[in-house]
Ligand binder design. Sequence first.
Ligand SMILES: Nc1nc2c(ncn2[C@@H]2O[C@H](COP(=O)(O)OP(=O)(O)O)[C@@H](O)[C@H]2O)c(=O)[nH]1
Ligand SMILES: [Mg+2]
Length: 388
Amino acid sequence: MTNTPDAGAERSPEIDERPFLEANSTAKSRYGRFNLAIVGGTGVGKSSLVNTVFGRDLAKVGKGLPVTRGADYFYDDSLGIWDLEGFEIGSTVTPAESLRTNLETIAQRPASEQISVVWYCVLSNSDRLTPPDIAMIRELDAAGLPVILVLTKVDWSKNPVTGKRSVPRDVDEFMSWLENPVDADGNPIHLPIQRVIPTSARDKHGKGTGHGLGELVAETLALSPEDEKDAFRIAQRLNLPWKREMARPVVATASAAAAAAAAVPIPVADAVALAPIQMTMMGRIAAIYDLDLTVMMSASALAQLGAQISGQALARSFLKLIPGAGSAIGASVAFALTAAMGEGWIRLCEGVHTGKIDANKITETWGAYAPSFTDVIRKMVGQRLKGK
Ligand SMILES: Nc1nc2c(ncn2[C@@H]2O[C@H](COP(=O)(O)OP(=O)(O)O)[C@@H](O)[C@H]2O)c(=O)[nH]1
Ligand SMILES: [Mg+2]
């Protein structure tokens, strides 16, 4: 393994990237994959919705598996999409019968491919559900699947004074009908859906990020089985606070571990002793942000990054800030160093995740996050000195 020596360091620290890689793959397999089924006719906007919520076009970048007629499975590490066809022109079986057969086939697939939630997509400017729609929704319910009825391509209007967004009148009427569905004779219709959510994946000019999607992801999370919620939080790309909430405890755990490792103060020259703890933390956080850094960065780049963040030069510069710290890293400095590193790494991962930072430039960009460490350290040390 080669490292570029840090300026001012007597020897370049040897950082092992394996703890990062191991923690990353362990976290990935522990969180698993979230599987969504999406049903609806061609052109209703299914792909646009999936691409906006999950930030990727699985049909293009994922692996595909045409399982059976009318049921395609696209997947990557954290996300699986079952694309279930609505109607099939010229078919001898009804759409509901074909859907039931497909659901039976899916039930035979591995556990990692089982559907958690269904988005049943209907154009928002329809006036009601068709009998085949209703029959299909009943099939999904009979299979024990929670169904969100997603109204697509809503043409929102915005109140110029209040800025409040509202749906057109016809969509409003459709939504009222869905809340209390009745047939032409006024008899109630059994429609087993959990929620109706009006959405748009883009504005009418084909731009923007859409509306109603925050509610859609919140409801999808609420309906997901408990042990799949983290997988969904990871797979989706709209709600960053969810990811931050998952990442913070990882930082807390690593900081506590670093403090314990430095219970007997570590000489600065041995600051790399904390590196495995910090690399593990970084690997886990990268999994939460669904970043495949092992693909994006070479192992040596990863090791170099580790050297940058865990290196002696950095530890030494921190120690300079701390009056009377001497030349050894004690528990509280190790804690602060790791916590600050974790916060910086979270922000960096967010940047890559949202596309603001080029993944190929992480090693260079990281430096820009380092100054914020000194602020964090100063604050923490300030608190510690005050506490004495
Ligand atoms: N105005 C508007 N057009 C949309 C919206 N979502 C998708 N579209 C357009 O509708 C067409 C079909 O969308 P697509 O996602 O491919 O539908 P799919 O066949 O159900 O996967 C495309 O031309 C999209 O650009 C939306 O929310 N508003
Ligand atoms: Mg499509």
